[in-house]
Design a protein around this ligand. Structure first.
Ligand SMILES: [Cu+2]
Length: 623
């Protein structure tokens, strides 16, 4: 087991209480009990015979067989008074064996899987985080939350805050004026690969659907090795030379951070499944046996309600779907998620390797679990999921942007991801602090934010149109912090990923959009959210490889907000001698002088470890 500082580890099954303080408890409906929490043995007790498989026998591909409709009107309900939701989190290592293999995960208050944050639209979320990992720094991003007027609470390390060092305490406080399905995850050194991730659900009492019960369903790839040595070898010259810089391949797939979980079902009722791919690297196909999914929300945007049999979900994307229960409840049904394996290097497949995970809709707990199903990838086109608010195409465009996606080797021979030929290298001062303190004469000059942060300054209310040209053969799910993006066009996805938005319909809008391999997308948004908003591929290995750009959005208006940096934010910087002002090179006297800025990553990368080992990983640990 890889732990260079022997951090304190607790067993996830030994802890029964939580010190979380919150004004309302997590819905019991979202609590799913795995059939086997201590070993993966139950996997083999269920037949995998393909002859026993049942499919929902779609008559045609999802590109052509999908039925969409407008939702029925719902009676208006009084909205609850805004609440302040306080969470107190101790971040620490927790041993768990979600697929039968025990390893440490980054847990909260002695437990892993991590709890959901639950709120209503308009609530304030306050999370007091203490880093008790011992050997790693941390930082938390709230994926999809716009952080209007609270850019300092967005989370990415050295972008909107300093890393939270071991022993450090840091307070995130922000208002959630948006409904929908989100998630939180570490945004530092690949740490969320090691399990620091969980749902963030914002309920809307006036949602355009009525259901009896809501379930949260996370899907995630699992690595048996911890992230630091994987990052180290991934970014090594040896990997660049011998494996063309290939990423490590996961060992298995999880649903709700477990396998064979059961979702209790009552005949005749309607269920909402909030599906979140919280994985690090792997897009998945998902299917319910003999139950269609009616999509009602993607990435926090209500959509035209389209019924389909299969979803394709990239890391960081969310789909909320309604499942209509059968009218009789004698039988149980299988759920299957299956990895899209196209990016896996065949020579790097680990010894323990399972690309699929099952779960079950359980109507009758006395009846046997059903045979598993098989998945055959179908054509999938999210552009048909047009927003219910009918927001038309933004325009006219005032800030056209263009980026190429490439992979290359840097001066040290490491394989790096680039946008417009620049790989992201973190600045010496967090970019937000540069923007909060730069003189007016320099504030809108992108160069002060550092060459290798890939900085783009957007004027307030600019209508941005970004075309991304993917020179890589693989698809990449790009995420923009602080906004949803309209998908104006997409090409190159091939027959499995067509682009057929309904004629004349408003463009699909979401915060994570797949850019097809060797293809391109054109995206639009309005720069009406002053702050620092990262734009990056959400495959976590590619974040580590530098496939990131930095939008410095309306810095003049950002300064006019006169943000008051919380004292805990100043303290974690002071404890690590990181300056609260200055340009990307740390120069607070002459912002135009970037001498000494970071332009090349370290030769040895070890994620968020604070005391990295002195010897390189040497190879991928294939377990
Ligand atoms: Cu990528």
């Amino acid at each position: 087991m890889y732990n260079n500082l022997n951090p304190v580890i607790v067993s996830s099954s030994s802890v029964v209480s939580s010190t979380t303080t919150t004004s309302s408890s997590v819905s019991s409906a979202s609590l799913i009990v795995p059939t086997s929490s201590s070993s993966g043995a139950s996997v083999s007790t269920i037949s995998t015979s393909s002859s026993a498989s049942t499919t929902s026998s779609p008559a045609s591909s999802s590109a052509t067989g999908v039925v969409c409709s407008s939702p029925a009107a719902q009676a208006a309900v009084a909205t609850p008074a805004p609440a302040r939701k306080n969470y107190v989190w101790s971040i620490g290592w927790v041993n768990a064996a979600p697929d039968g293999f025990q390893r440490p995960f980054v847990g909260i208050n002695g437990q892993w899987p991590n709890p959901a944050i639950n709120a209503n639209v308009g609530d304030t979320i306050i999370i007091t985080v203490t880093n008790n990992l011992g050997n790693e720094s941390t930082a938390i991003h709230f994926h999809g939350i716009r952080q209007t007027n609270t850019s300092y609470a967005d989370g990415p390390s050295m972008v909107t805050q300093c890393p939270i060092q071991p022993g450090g305490t840091f307070v995130y406080e922000f208002v959630v004026n948006q409904y929908g399905t989100y998630w939180y995850h570490a945004h530092i050194g690949g740490q969320y690969i090691d399990g620091f991730r969980g749902p963030l659900i914002i309920k809307d009492v006036n949602a355009p659907y009525k259901v009896a019960t809501e379930y949260v369903m996370t899907i995630s790839d699992l690595y048996h090795s911890e992230a630091p040595p994987l990052i180290n070898y991934y970014q090594s010259v040896d990997n660049a030379n011998n494996n063309n810089g290939a990423e490590p391949v996961p060992n298995s797939l999880l649903i709700n951070e477990a396998q064979n979980v059961q979702f209790p079902m009552v005949a005749g009722q309607k269920y909402l499944f909030r599906i979140i791919n919280v994985g690090a690297f792997t897009p998945v196909y998902l299917q319910f046996d003999q139950h269609s999914m009616t999509v009602v929300e993607i990435d926090g945007v209500y959509t035209s309600q389209c019924t389909m049999d299969q979803l394709f979900i990239t890391p960081a994307q969310r789909y909320s779907v309604i499942i209509q229960a059968k009218t009789t409840g004698t039988q149980n049904f299988a759920i299957k998620a299956s990895m899209s394996t196209g990016m896996f290097n065949p020579t790097l497949i680990p010894a323990t390797f399972n690309t699929e995970v099952s779960a079950f809709l359980v109507y009758n707990s006395a009846a046997a679990l059903p045979a598993l199903i098989t998945i055959t990838p179908q054509a999938f086109d999210d552009s048909i999921l047009t927003p219910l608010d009918a927001t038309p195409e933004f325009g006219p465009v005032t800030s056209p942007q263009f980026m190429t996606i490439d992979f290359t080797t840097n001066a040290n021979g490491q394989r790096r991801g680039t946008l417009n030929d620049i790989d992201y290298v973190q600045p010496i001062v967090p970019t937000l602090y540069t923007a909060m303190n730069a003189p007016a004469a320099n504030l809108n000059d992108p160069t002060i934010y550092g060459t290798n942060t890939n900085p783009i300054v957007l004027p307030y209310n600019a209508v941005v149109e970004l075309t991304l040209d993917n020179h890589d053969v693989n698809g990449h799910p790009f995420h923009l912090h602080g906004h949803n993006m309209q998908l104006i066009s997409r090409s190159g996805g091939g027959p499995l990923f067509p682009f057929n938005p309904p004629a004349g319909a408003p463009p699909m809008r979401r915060d994570t959009i797949q850019v097809p391999g060797s293809g391109s997308v054109t995206l639009r948004w309005i720069a009406n959210n002053p702050g620092i908003n990262l734009f990056h591929c959400h495959l976590e290995w590619h974040v580590e490889a530098g496939l990131t750009a930095t939008f410095i959005e309306a810095p003049t208006q950002l300064q006019a907000l006169k943000l008051y940096l919380p004292i805990s934010h100043k303290n974690v910087c002071a404890n690590q001698s990181i300056a609260l002002k200055g340009n990307a090179a740390g120069n607070a006297v002459n912002y135009a002088d970037l001498s000494g800025q970071n332009t090349v990553v370290a030769k040895e990368l070890w994620g968020s470890l604070v005391n990295p080992p002195s010897t390189p990983a040497g190879s991928y640990p294939l377990t």
